[in-house]
Design a protein around this ligand. Structure first.
Ligand SMILES: CC(C)(COP(=O)(O)OP(=O)(O)OC[C@H]1O[C@@H](n2cnc3c(N)ncnc32)[C@H](O)[C@@H]1OP(=O)(O)O)[C@@H](O)C(=O)NCCC(=O)NCCS
Length: 174
């Protein structure tokens, strides 16, 4: 398994992972119909345009074996640009709990540090206990903020915000 920066050629592979991960992780949290209707092709187009023209202080990483098995993306916090945000961290379900998420997380945090962010946030779907455990293990803490994310398909997703200082050492550094 290898971790590297994503290129535009990775768009379809990232989209496949994102849809497979959503379908498994969000089953029971989102309506089945919404999960069934997710389109890797549509997501792939979105990723192509994101990766073809990355915004300042944003980065996307992929974990690769023969194929892409996971990805992470970071950039300025969408509300307050002085903080970094972990926008996404998704693995193919057959690769969960094998340490790959932790390695992508390290790459994502290192990039945020390199971009000069001192603090980072992320939003996680209420009920996604697997992710909550992972982030708490990596020293993220819920900071009390909540929001309802309105998806284009009409679904409303309750999310909570986690915060982490970026000058804390990674677990692997201790
Ligand atoms: C969340 C996710 C990225 C974690 O990556 P991962 O590679 O599975 O996690 P790791 O193997 O690196 O786990 C690191 C630590 O996190 C915690 N953890 C991870 N998965 C866990 C689980 N299912 N239950 C409890 N703790 C868990 C453990 O402390 C674990 O250390 P350990 O295995 O030594 O006990 C991955 O499970 C995933 O893609 N999930 C679906 C998508 C998702 O929810 N993404 C986050 C959106 S906000």
């Amino acid at each position: 398994m290898h971790i590297r920066s994503a290129t535009v050629q990775d768009a379809a592979g990232i989209a496949e992972v994102q849809v497979a991960s959503w379908r498994e992780a969000y089953r029971g949290l989102l309506p089945a119909e919404v999960l069934d209707n997710l389109s890797p092709a549509h997501r792939g187009e979105r990723w192509s345009s994101i990766l073809a023209d990355e915004m300042p202080r944003t980065a996307t990483f992929v974990a690769t074996e023969a194929d892409i098995v996971g990805f992470a993306s970071i950039g300025p916090c969408r509300g307050d640009h002085s903080d970094g945000e972990l926008y996404a961290l998704y693995l193919r379900p057959d690769r969960w709990r094998q340490g790959i998420g932790s390695r992508l997380h390290t790459a994502a945090l290192a990039a945020m540090r390199d971009f000069g962010f001192a603090d980072a946030i992320l939003w996680a779907l209420v009920g996604n206990e697997r992710a909550f455990s992972f982030y708490r293990r990596h020293d993220w803490r819920e900071d009390g903020a909540e929001r309802i994310e309105h998806r284009p398909d009409g679904t409303e997703l309750p999310e909570v915000r986690f915060h982490r200082r970026l000058d804390l050492p990674y677990r692997s550094e201790r």
